[in-house]
Write a protein that binds this ligand. Structure first.
Ligand code: IPM
Ligand code: MG
Length: 358
């Protein structure tokens, strides 16, 4: 029996709808296995800006710091998108990743056999794809200083900074090697070392870490050719480790292999067991409130939460198997459906998974 204190951060757009289904899955698992899970909900993103003026109120960060794990929906929306706005919902997301020290973002991309035909890529190329992306999450362009806007000779100049220390690179690359061990033992380190100084440091550190894992093969790939290989030969990858923004872009690209962005989960981890779990999709304002969003990215994130923060591997697998079985049985939200296939709602998809959890 496990006791755990979980914080829910529904956020904006479809966030509350998908988090509600994630919670139902957790409740079912807890009831079946006699675990005691307590839930509290807190504000983040646009909803938090509206209520408090702050995209990450101090009370939210404090609650997350004393939680065993955090489940987040999504942040952002047109209401807060004015480029001149001083506060933005996305700042809440970046601040919580940084505030909890979550430097490694795990984004597994697997293709369910019955969805291989849904991808715009040829089915024989995507069938059997199983990639684990590890995106560095608290460094690089997202956090580098200086970051500014200034007037120079009558023109406006804007600056973002791409910076990494050796230790920031080392800890995330080390995790990639650890996770590749029980998999197919191949780490692809993605950089732009032919142009960027930070990438040359990245490559050096990756080689240094790689030397301490003789059982795992290390290869380097430039980010532009990696983007191409993801489409032409996605099965040739096992674990991909890369800096923050390259990882942001490549994982959206890779979601096309799985058939829908709505299917993909993520776990953001630091040095301890506490983690932040969220689907990789955004707040999808165009479909928010309609009850048609795909909750599977969130539900698969719940499986990662059970595994990485609560140490409940069997329960994590039970959730993943229930998702697989629901998809095999033909459960499809609109984003996953081929023409003519029956489409079900967010709530029905949640129920299709819950009823398959043994
Ligand atoms: C993601 C998102 C975020 C990011 C945005 C919403 C700030 O795109 O989690 O991939 O860029 O990290
Ligand atoms: Mg992204």
């Amino acid at each position: 029996m496990k006791k755990a204190n979980l914080v829910l951060l529904p956020g904006d757009g479809i966030g509350p709808e998908v988090v509600a289904e994630g919670r139902r899955v957790l409740e079912k698992v807890a009831a079946r296995h006699g675990h005691e899970l307590t839930f509290t909900s807190h504000l983040i993103g646009g909803a938090a800006i509206d209520a408090t003026g702050d995209p990450l109120p101090a009370a939210t960060l404090a609650a997350c710091k004393s939680a065993d794990a955090v489940l987040l929906g999504a942040v952002g929306g047109p209401k807060w998108d004015d480029p001149r706005a001083k506060v933005r919902p996305e700042q809440g997301l970046l601040a919580i990743r940084q505030g909890l020290g979550l430097y490694a973002n795990l984004r597994p991309v697997r293709v369910h056999p019955s969805l291989a035909g849904t991808s715009p890529i040829k089915p024989e190329r995507v069938e059997g794809v199983d990639i684990l992306f590890i995106r560095e999450l608290t460094g690089g362009l997202y956090f580098g200083k200086p970051r500014l806007r200034q007037k120079v000779d009558g023109h406006t100049r804007a600056v973002d900074t791409l910076e990494y220390t050796d230790e920031e690179i080392r800890r995330v690359v080390r995790l990639a090697f650890q996770l590749a061990g029980p998999r197919r033992k191949l780490v692809t380190s993605v950089d732009k070392a032919n142009v960027l100084e930070s990438s040359r440091l990245w490559r050096e550190v990756a080689m240094e870490v790689g030397a301490t894992f003789p059982g795992v093969k290390l290869e380097h790939q430039l980010v532009d050719s990696c983007a191409m290989r993801l489409i032409t030969a996605p099965k040739s990858f096992d674990v991909i480790v890369t800096e923050n923004m390259f990882g942001d872009i490549l994982t959206d690209e890779a979601s096309v292999l799985a058939g829908s962005l709505g299917l993909l989960p993520s776990a953001s981890l630091g040095d301890g067991p506490r983690g932040l779990y969220e689907p990789i999709h955004g707040s999808a304002p165009d479909i928010a409130g309609k009850g048609i969003a795909n909750p599977l990215g969130t539900i698969m994130s719940v499986a990662m939460l059970l595994r990485h923060s609560l140490g409940l591997e069997d329960e994590a697998r039970a959730v993943e198997s229930a998702v697989d079985a629901a998809i095999t049985a033909g459960a499809r939200t609109g984003d996953m459906a081929a023409t003519g296939e029956k489409v079900i709602s967010t709530r029905e998809m949640g129920a299709a998974v819950v009823e398959r959890i043994p």
